[in-house]
Every structure is written in C-alpha cells, then in structure tokens.
Design a protein around this ligand. Sequence first.
Ligand SMILES: Nc1ncnc2c1ncn2[C@@H]1O[C@H](COP(=O)(O)OP(=O)(O)OP(=O)(O)O)[C@@H](O)[C@H]1O
Length: 345
Amino acid sequence: MAKGVGAFLSRDMAVDLGTANTLVYVRGKGIILNEPSVVAIDTRDGRPLAVGAEAKRMIGRTPSNIQAIRPLKDGVIADFEICEKMLRYFIGKVHQSRFSKPRMIICVPSGITGVEQRAVQEAAEYAGARKPAYIIEEPMAAAIGAGLPIHEPSGNMVVDIGGGTTEVAVISLGGIVTSKSIRIGGDELDEAIIAYVKKEYNLALGERTAEEIKMTLGSAFKLPEELQAEIRGRDLVTGLPKTVLISTEEIRKAIEEPINSIVDAVKDTLDATPPELSADIMEQGIVLTGGGALLAGLAERIHSETSMPIVVADNPLDCVAIGSGQCLEEFEALQQVLISASSRR
Ligand SMILES: Nc1ncnc2c1ncn2[C@@H]1O[C@H](COP(=O)(O)OP(=O)(O)OP(=O)(O)O)[C@@H](O)[C@H]1O
C-alpha cells in the first residue's frame, strides 16, 4: 500500500503495553523498541530517573530515595501517572516530530473492564497518540502475529501467557468466539518460587532472581533430565547471604498451582467451544504465544491434559506486537478487529 508523507511524519505505531515488556512496532519498519515496563522514580520529587532496561536493573537494588516501579499489574494499569510517563518516554524514543500525532494501536487483555480500557486509551492519548487511540485485544493480536488465518471460517485457538495475564481465545471469521482471561501469568510463577524457597529453605529471594530461576530451572512437565542448581538469597534467620541446592522437580512443585490455573483456563475454553470449531482445533492445534510459552514442558503439559496438538509460535514474545503492527500495515483490511474510542461503551 502507498504511504503518504503524513504516514512517515507521524510514524504510526502499535504498542504492546505489557505487564513485563513494552514493544513498539512502527509502520513500515517493524518492532523498533522492546524494553521492560519499569520506571525508576526519584521519590523526593516524582521525577523519572530511568525507564526500561536501565530501570529494571535497579529493581531490588535501589537506595531509599529511588523506587523502581512496574506501572502495570495483572495486565492493567496499576499506576496511571507512571504508566503515562513511561509511554511518553517510549513514544518519544521512536517519534521525534512534535508537530504530528501518530495513529496508535494499543493492546489490552481481553478481560479488562470498560473503565480499565479507557484508562489505557487515555494514557496513550495523553502520551501523544492521535485521537482516537485504537485498542486491540491481546489474543486477537497474538493470533494475527502467530500467522493464524483469523478470517477463515475455522477455529483458531491461541493461548497467550504474558507476565500478568493468560489469555485463551478461539477465533473464527475475524472475531473472538469464546475466550477466557485470567490474571495469572509469569509474575505468579515468580511469586510462587519466592514463597516456596522462603517456606522450605528460609531463604529470601529477589523478584529478578526468582524470574531467572523460572527461566533456567522451571518446568511444567517431567523433564527428560532433571537437574540441580545452586541458588543464592538471604537467610531469613541469620540475615546473611546463603546458597542452597535446588532441583528442577522442586521448582516444578513450587509453580504447580499457577500452572494448574493456566491449564484449567485452556480446558474451560475448550469446553465452551462450539463442536465444529473444536474439530478444527483438534486438527490444527492450539498455538502458544507470550513469554510463558517458553517455559520448559508447558506444551507437553497442555497436550497431556487436553489431547490437542500444541504448537509454540515462532518468537512468542513478539507475536502481540507483530499482530498489532500488522493491523497498522493493513489498516483498512484489519480495522474490524480494532476497538476505537467511538465504539467503546
Ligand atoms: N524462557 C522463559 N521461560 C519461562 N518464562 C519466560 C521465559 N522468557 C520469558 N518468560 C516470562 O514471560 C513473561 C513476559 O512475557 P510477555 O512479554 O509476553 O508478557 P507481557 O506482554 O509483558 O505481559 P501481559 O501480556 O500479561 O501484559 C515474564 O513473566 C517472563 O518471566
């Protein structure tokens, strides 16, 4: 499609405003920003000191006058002001023109309320988006980004496991037929690891260490080879640093509860799926997207509980941004999957 000069000046963009990571896709260019959704604030005057990767490095390491804040929790805005500052910073990084406002598509979890949706839209508009900022539901964006034929009259099932939410949806003919969104994602796995290690070993772990343990030792299904590794934290009795040896089986046990909730969400959605579409899913499989799709053994676990074929999308962390970016590139053709300010309730 021919792009007018305005399109270049305004750098239309799609933003995957995630609990864990924010990705920005610029029309005609692809994903050009991918940073953790973290802002470090000077508590004395509320000034942002660092945003993104630099701010994430500060989590758990800040002096009393600095606070590293994650403005989104469970997929929605927990701190509106900080979220808007973060968005403004990211938009400013990719869009330098002060004279034009970019068209913006922004992703939200499918389970959020009208009020929460308006908060996201307003944050985007305050941060410089042209009105109306368009909204796309995460599972729809994830499905488009994973290359699923969403416009066909056949059942496409996507499970997007993010930091704060897990979205399960069955899509056919360009619309969501049935879906379930739970406020459980990678963050809950990290929290479960922290709670387990505290209870079993009297060891305090930081958020970032727990996430690293999940990525390296976490699993949702028996591994071909179980491992053991040393983890380091602070002894809650002596207050001193301590190292303990922990196994992959133990970490699997630690995260069992949130994993069960994710698997149950998949089963509930399958239960509510019309039979014709279930038959399609049986044939084509369930596609996993989002960072959680990278958890070892998750595909095997969902397969063992649903008997459905499971496919992990290529680049699962990028699917939502790529899918919403696709909506910018093919705005006329894909506009029907977007929600604009005028259509909101
Ligand atoms: N290899 C891995 N194994 C397990 N979990 C992983 C891995 N890589 C990333 N993650 C987890 O994926 C999550 C981030 O995924 P993603 O970027 O898709 O979420 P998000 O879009 O920011 O969140 P949400 O969609 O809930 O707003 C984090 O919890 C992160 O710890």
